[in-house]
Design a protein around this ligand. Sequence first.
Ligand code: SAM
Length: 257
Amino acid sequence: MNLHQLQENFESLAAEDPLWTVLSDDAKRGGKWDLEEFYATGRAVIDDLESRLDKLGKPLGGGAAIDFGCGVGRLTFPLSQRFQTCYGIDISRSMVEFASNQKERGPNCTFIENTTTRLHRLENASIDLIYSAIVFQHIAPRYTREYLKEFSRLLKPGGLLVFQLPSHLDPDYPENQKPFRLLKKRLFYQLKVLKQRMAKILPFIRSESFFEMNAIHRDRLVPFLYKQCGLEVLDQQDFPAAGLAWKSYLYVTQRES
Ligand SMILES: C[S@@+](CC[C@H](N)C(=O)[O-])C[C@H]1O[C@@H](n2cnc3c(N)ncnc32)[C@H](O)[C@@H]1O
């Protein structure tokens, strides 16, 4: 899916049910998330990030942070309590508007709609920490690689990029033992995108938004981060945010000094 299609998908998912689009628990679909319960889940994620970084001797905090793919600001607001400034960046205007309307949760947050792989508004070497969870799994790898290079431009020397990304389908997961599983998934996504395109010209076809799943194998990602982005991987831990079918990791990386 290209970035324009990705934006359209998230825009229509967000217009329908923004909180469920962020945390897709079946029991909460159709506006069933309680707002306070929803935002409390974000505080737990950032507490967990803080303790992971403490173990690496890298305290969470400083001048400026980015929450990339911020959605409604679930992680941006608790992150902003540890930084002077915090930017929430998202491809969906509805998400950015929703987050901006919750700004009393984090007065030092700025929410930005961004639809390209360049973050023009932000200066070179200006950011201490970039965090991203449950985002790159929905972005095609060719764009993810561009974002990672862009993050390297934005980070101060010694700054941290912490992100979650699936690596591969878990071979122990029963569904994955069916032959051609990944190939079938790819074909399914291509048919869905085709249906969306057809729906634009043929009104009797109903277009449905969906979450495309993507991965970059960890064995290829780690050398890419080092050689192409100047980012050293300090830690890589299981982080099952993509569901049980995927082996997914949280990478803690540091910009060369
Ligand atoms: C599942 S939600 C997760 C939101 C947030 N990270 C959280 O955990 O609360 C994924 C978010 O990523 C955003 N997103 C997807 N592709 C993006 C891109 N290329 N650039 C910026 N945001 C993107 C979507 O609009 C959506 O808000």
